[in-house]
Design a protein around this ligand. Structure first.
Ligand code: ADP
Ligand code: MG
Length: 239
């Protein structure tokens, strides 16, 4: 019961457990994702999807178990679970990208500024960051829209800005939590196509949490959680 692609994993989680008080959110979850793989994480509300995503990305630490990231040009994987807060934040700025249902984009800033900010936080000078941001937006169909404020964009356009921001630093793993939750089905399909496009043929991996079977159908692999455990791991419909 493992529909993963062959090859070396990029991110490997082993035996993750996490409880909030007395209630377990994850109980012994192991999951490896590989370059080029798009993994949908499905399951009922409260099954542990977001907790798993946050553990994989080093946003929270599991109670037990490990998450390792295989770093480019190094044989030694980074043990995310043994890094301190600052090191995990640094990793999130450089290796990981995030697309959530909403939020995260700063509404008072323009599309270009939102994307450029991710680069500037990594030390890129503003003019260069703005140029790269405009190019990243153009690649996602938002050419010439870098000057628009987020509030002046449609939901689908705002998600494109979020995707641009998530990948502009060269992230090797994209994490998305219900990225289409606020979109109509047509716009959802567009956003999923763009997310998959940024994974196909690159060394990236995508982990997308969704409760929408239509979204999961876009992924090469579907992992289903129930009560904090993986209960199914199947090949998706490859498009
Ligand atoms: P999902 O994303 O599948 O809806 P979550 O990972 O958000 O599930 O939650 C899994 C379980 O852990 C749920 O019972 C939820 O109430 C609980 N939980 C999640 N985050 C917290 C938190 N910060 N504090 C307390 N309980 C939490
Ligand atoms: Mg959730």
């Amino acid at each position: 019961m493992n529909a993963s692609l062959p090859g070396a994993p990029l991110l490997a989680a082993a035996n993750l457990t996490k409880s909030y008080g007395n209630s377990p959110a994850l109980t012994g979850v192991s999951l490896e994702v590989r370059p080029g793989e798009a993994t949908a994480v499905m399951g009922a509300s409260g099954s542990g999807k977001t907790t798993l995503l946050h553990c994989l990305a080093g946003i929270i630490l599991p109670d037990t178990g490990s998450v390792r990231l295989l770093s480019a040009g190094s044989d030694a994987p980074a043990e995310i679970t043994s890094l301190d807060d600052a090191a995990r934040s640094a990793l999130r700025r450089t290796e990981f990208g995030f697309v959530f249902q909403q939020g995260l984009l700063i509404p008072e800033l323009t599309a270009g500024e939102n994307v450029a900010l991710a680069l500037m936080l990594n030390g890129t000078a503003r003019p260069v960051a703005e140029q790269q941001a405009a190019a990243a937006l153009a690649a996602l169909g938002l050419a010439g829209m870098e000057g628009r404020r987020i509030g002046e964009l449609s939901g689908g356009q705002a998600q494109r800005v979020a995707i641009a921001r998530a990948q502009v630093n060269g992230a090797r793993v994209l994490f998305a939590d219900e990225p289409t939750g606020a979109l109509d089905s047509r716009t959802s399909a567009d956003v999923m196509a763009l997310l998959l496009q940024s994974v196909a043929g690159t060394g990236r991996a995508l982990v997308v949490v969704t409760h929408d079977p239509e979204v999961a159908r876009w992924c090469s692999r579907v992992v289903t959680l129930a009560d904090g455990r993986i209960v199914a791991d199947t090949a998706g419909v490859v498009r």
